[in-house]
Write a protein that binds this ligand. Structure first.
Ligand SMILES: Cc1cc2nc3c(=O)[nH]c(=O)nc-3n(C[C@H](O)[C@H](O)[C@H](O)COP(=O)(O)O)c2cc1C
Length: 192
């Protein structure tokens, strides 16, 4: 199914995508506060709220420290993001200190809220998992928390044909058909 076929989803869901070409402008603390407010409203098991977000603005040493844990390709295109946000999950439930197998799920829910909010505010978010999580955990010095992915947040710049990141322009953007993604319970699954 072509993504252009419209079913009436919310604008901020329809318009979200992950660009490579950011314009280098800052994401303010006020904007970050709204994004994190959206994230913290996500559901979590026992209201455990295991997601945490470590932020580093462009131009700071911490931004570079995070970048250096990424694969080369991700280091290249994140250079012009306004802020890098490391999404962490708490490894143990806060309420009884037992292992929390749901942390990654909760980080995902919270982060999707953040991304939807960002889109509604005219910002772009590009999630990435191409980084060394152990190296980043060691640098972050946050025992008891696991980094699951990073979000590069910023504003998109217009790219030219000669731009290394012209990929943004020629991007083919597809999604599986709705009838593959949702199927009647009890039937054999149809593959795409
Ligand atoms: C968990 C996760 C990890 C990803 N890792 C990377 C990455 O390391 N590098 C990259 O360029 N894009 C990465 N992406 C972005 C995906 O390629 C992108 O979301 C996907 O192609 C769909 O495109 P869209 O977000 O523009 O709709 C990642 C996305 C997710 C959700």
């Amino acid at each position: 199914m072509n993504i252009e076929i419209e079913t009436g989803v919310l604008n901020a869901i329809e318009q979200r995508w992950s660009p490579y070409a950011f314009d280098g402008s800052a994401v303010s603390d006020q904007e970050m506060e709204v994004l994190v407010d959206a994230a913290r409203r996500a559901p979590s098991a026992f209201n455990n709220q295991s997601a945490r977000f470590l932020t580093a603005h462009r131009g700071t040493p911490e931004f570079k420290v995070i970048q250096e844990t990424m694969i080369e390709w991700n280091q290249m295109w994140t250079a012009d993001a306004g802020v890098l946000v490391v999404a962490l999950g708490r490894d143990r439930f806060a309420y009884n200190d037992t292992p929390n197998p749901l942390a990654q799920l909760e980080v995902g829910f919270a982060s999707q809220n953040l991304m939807t909010q960002a889109t509604a505010m005219g910002l772009h978010v590009h999630p990435l998992s191409g980084f060394d999580a152990d190296a980043l955990a060691a640098k972050a010095e946050v025992p008891g928390y696991t980094p699951y992915f990073i979000m590069a947040i910023g504003r998109k710049r217009v790219v030219g044909d000669d731009d290394l990141i012209a990929k943004d322009q020629g991007r083919t953007w597809s999604r599986l058909p709705i009838e593959v993604v949702a199927q009647p319970f009890g039937n054999e699954l149809i593959e795409a």
